[in-house]
Design a protein around this ligand. Sequence first.
Ligand code: ADP
Ligand code: MG
Length: 704
Amino acid sequence: MRADMEIKFLNGVGTKRASLLASELGIRTVGDLLHYYPYRYIDRTKLYRIGEIGEQHSTSYVQIRGRLVGKAFLGEGRKQRLTATIADNTGQMELVWFQRSKWIDEQLSLGTEYVVLGKPTFFGSRVSLVHPDVESVERYLSRGNLGMQGVYGTTEKLTAAGVSSKVIYGLVCNLWEKIEGLISETLPRRIIEQLDLMPREEALRNIHFPTSPQALHRATYRLKFEELFGVQLGILSIKAGRTTLRNGFFFPRVGELFRDFYDNHLPFTLTGAQKRVIKEIRSDLVSGHQMNRLLQGDVGSGKTLVALMAMLLASDNGYQSSMMAPTEILARQHYASISRMVAGTSAEGHIAVLTGSTKTRERRDILARTLSGEIWILIGTHALIEERVQFDNLGLVVIDEQHRFGVEQRAKLWTKNAQPPHILVMTATPIPRTLAMTLYGDLDVSVIDEMPAGRKPIKTYHLKEALRLRLNGFLRGEIAKGRQVYVVYPLIKESEAMDYQNLYDGFDHIVEAFPLPEYKVGVLHGKMPPEEKAESMRLFAEGVNNILVATSVIEVGVDVPNATVMVIESAERFGLSQLHQLRGRVGRGDNQSYCILVSGDKLSRDAEARLNAMVETTDGFRLSELDLKLRGAGDVNGTRQSGEAVDLRIASLSTDGQILEQARALAASILEEDPKLSKSENSLLAALKERYRTGDAIDYGMIS
Ligand code: ADP
Ligand code: MG
């Protein structure tokens, strides 16, 4: 049997179930089923005494041996239920059935000993099991120890069609009968021995049919390790491939432009962290290798300036740069602030911005000047790659705020070209270490871990709806001091119409509470035509408007140092990293800034935890760790939406950090010796790497 055999051919499946398994769980082949692991287990290794059962067992299954000492029907008609009582010498327990009670009654005889399995519920001092599994002690003993029984995830649709967790368990049993003894090993023996890992077949058997909690633990460890190791081999071999090439543009000069800017045009002194990072970038640019660097720095830490200085170095060495931003607003803002900063240097007039909404004539002009080399720094949105903008000699690409850009996409940027440009990826989202090693594991990392001097920590408050009236007075006070205010509303695709309605209602209320001519209020959202967006942003940036009512389009990057208040409406609907990003829009100048989280009065536990965390800390790293715990890795930074899920079957980036570190270290040391994994002793690893690199975690043909 091959692992890519369609699931419908497995005993007990058939066409109808097969199509449900595929659509509901993504199980298409028998290999998929083999790698569909239980999400929890019922421990059938232990027989409890009735007296031992306490509240601590109320979420788990327990197995009890006892004698049937009574049974009776209670209630009438459809409400009729069967109750039975079993006893051992430590106490009594009640069993209850609401369905099929007549049939069950016939199976139970008073005075007989049974083994029952179920989840206990507690009514005062009474313990009962509802719809337990029951079998006679003889049968239980004749079957031998059952070990731990896997519980498989199902969906409502599957359950409705009769495919319960038990049915899936049965299918796995059918499959296992056929493939036992045929599962090949995917890791070299030396690694298995060195790390004392469970062999693959044993691990797969124990993940489905554990013989003991210890065996389950070892099986889980082995499979998690293999998964994380595969992912790391994939990522690190991309990196190894890059660093073995000596194809980086060489930027040896620190020329006039860089010096002139540094000496005469820097609007402030650099922070120590900015200086260090610029050095790290410089050493990449003279290394002969292509730079692939991730620049991490919390919101407001001054990444743009670092990027600009790298781009000036490129210009000094005769190369063009481009800077890609995720939104049009941000691209235009970078253009405005960079143009302002380099005014008076030789770069003045050699900078342009190109976005999807650039008018045809201007676009033609910019494209021509980019091709001729007259443009030194081209700023823009995704339009920059998509439109095959031609450069004269592109030497450096800066990607700003791009936590939504995948490993594969980045790889494309440099494989397209025989002589790939240097790449600097900047992200304001502090990514937990484990996630960074997985999403950005192929990059070198620089961190700006220091804020410009004089920044005051933002004060954050959580305001429930009932206290909203206080807010306007506070905002008037800030505006009277000459400050500006953002008011942000959530906007989610699923509830877009409602969300826009809320935004407009909110806007109306604000205009009512802050009337002309004393106050000016602007609005900004994604559906506005680009010119209107730009105009609205300009009016706010220049201080004409006091208040900007917006959707989270202003989440990334926007920089208006005079804005000191960020009001986030329906804050409970935002994710933690988004809240942190939004808060980062204030606190960019010398004035005390505030973030006000307005939420409904009743909150879910998770929402409460998120908002509390925001109030308690401004440390982006702590928030992102917490975010990872609350949401699970797949969702952090919207990776899932962008189709770049860290698609792990068994390992978890939030809890398996240590296994990840071990896997990464081993992968790195193996690749150092054998970057292409071409040695025969590494042939299994080459195969493993390929599987994880293509995102296809299952080895078809692994079962012969
Ligand atoms: P981010 O890292 O979030 O992209 P920006 O580059 O937008 O941050 O910088 C935030 C603000 O801090 C900007 O107004 C910028 O001009 C200012 N800034 C950057 N570096 C310094 C510095 N060394 N000292 C003071 N202000 C700085
Ligand atoms: Mg920025």
